[in-house]
Design a binder for this molecule. Structure first.
Ligand code: KG4
Ligand code: ZN
Length: 349
């Protein structure tokens, strides 16, 4: 009964609040980054703050879900106050609250969504649940306002690796995806094998620069369709490291990176060229990878390659705000019974 009344209130709020240049407060707490952002209209970023918990989790070699959730509780309120201060606006000026509701760690998602619901009720403004994956893709709109669907996307993060056809703003077709490890996960696991810190992607990227790609690691499914498989590559590195103790870590990193990046670039460009859709968008944490960017740049004569600034590749709330802006324009609001969805795919936006 109480829920019904609250949902009714949400519907009332929707009717009242459609602005051309809404001010949206966005929250991202799906994993180990606590992030908030305030976006006005489609690209005036008034504040964009991220507290990374990496230093806390790296002693454990990966994210500890319970610690991540507790740290979100500790950081979120203070970070929000700081965002209002930086943006020079009052909470009463907001038009909507956006929050990523999945995929991610359940405890972490619950902290963000509970906080967002509290703000939505107390400020009497609409709530917009954002799919974290859509956020990663839409990070590109922050820098490229001219970009419009249809376009091809390579979404490469710690939890996902997909080639997508973005047919329209909220219409995604999965062309290929990983059958086992995600690309970021493969970077992190190989880094662990090499005794490097978590997260491994940026470190491998860095040390590979002083190495040579002289070892031929497998490129699973390279010539087979658009799906990926990286767990065999990771195992190949594991056995190589056990057998070849004299190999330089920089060369192993460079060789592994070459194998994985070659596969990603080969498949996404093959699909884009075959489909005739020239706009290719890269998204997610692995989109920061320097070799990925370098190799994709070699296709610039045939394709238009887009990737976000580094700060919008890894988890951030600006991307959540930007995706929420598109939902706001289409009246796509949520009720207070918005649930977290740790395994959310792209069938729901
Ligand atoms: O998108 P993200 O911040 O979080 C998820 O939604 O998963 O991605 C994090 C992943 C980690 O696996 C990290 O190692 C990887 O992105 N990553 C990189 C680089 N920077 C971050 N992988 C390769 N090269 C990089 N420069
Ligand atoms: Zn992410």
């Amino acid at each position: 009964m109480l829920l019904q009344t609250k949902n009714q209130l949400c519907k009332e709020r929707r009717r009242l609040s459609i602005e051309k240049k809404p001010i949206i407060f966005a929250i991202e707490t799906s994993c180990d980054e606590t992030a908030v952002s305030i976006l006005k209209g489609h690209n005036e970023l008034l504040s964009n703050l991220v507290v990374s918990q990496i230093d806390i989790h790296k002693d454990f070699g990966g994210v500890v879900p319970e610690i991540a959730a507790r740290k979100h509780v500790e950081f979120l309120y203070q970070l929000s106050l700081k965002a209002f201060e930086e943006a020079q606006i009052e909470p009463t000026q907001l038009n909507a609250i956006a929050v990523s509701y999945g995929p991610g760690l359940i405890g972490s998602l619950l902290i963000g969504t509970s906080f967002a619901k509290g703000m939505s009720i107390s400020l009497n403004i609409p709530l917009i649940g954002v799919n974290h994956l859509v956020g990663h893709i839409y990070a590109n709109f922050l820098d490229f306002p001219e970009l419009k669907p249809p376009f091809v996307t390579l979404l490469v993060s710690g939890g996902h690796t997909m080639i997508l056809l973005v047919k329209d703003y909220f219409d995604f077709e999965i062309i290929g995806e990983t059958r086992d490890d995600a690309a970021g996960e493969a970077f992190d696991k190989v880094a662990r094998i090499l005794n490097l810190e978590y997260p491994g992607g940026p470190i491998i990227d860095q040390i590979a620069k002083s190495g040579k790609s002289i070892y031929k690691f497998p490129k699973p499914l390279y010539n087979v369709g658009y799906d990926f498989s990286f767990s065999g590559l990771k195992t190949a590195v594991l056995y190589f490291v056990k057998d070849s103790r004299k190999a330089k870590i920089e060369d192993i990193a460079a060789s592994f990176q070459e194998a994985i990046i070659d596969t990603l670039v080969h498949k996404v460009t093959k699909y884009a060229l075959k489909s005739g859709i020239k706009d290719v968008v890269i998204a997610g944490g692995v989109a920061s990878n320097s070799l990925l960017r370098k190799k994709l740049n070699t296709y610039r004569d045939e394709l238009n390659i887009y990737y976000p600034q580094l700060k919008y590749c890894t988890d951030n709330a600006a991307m959540i705000a930007r995706a929420a802006y598109e939902k706001y324009q289409r009246n796509m609001f949520d009720d207070l019974d918005l649930d977290v969805e740790p395994n959310l795919g792209l069938s729901k936006v």
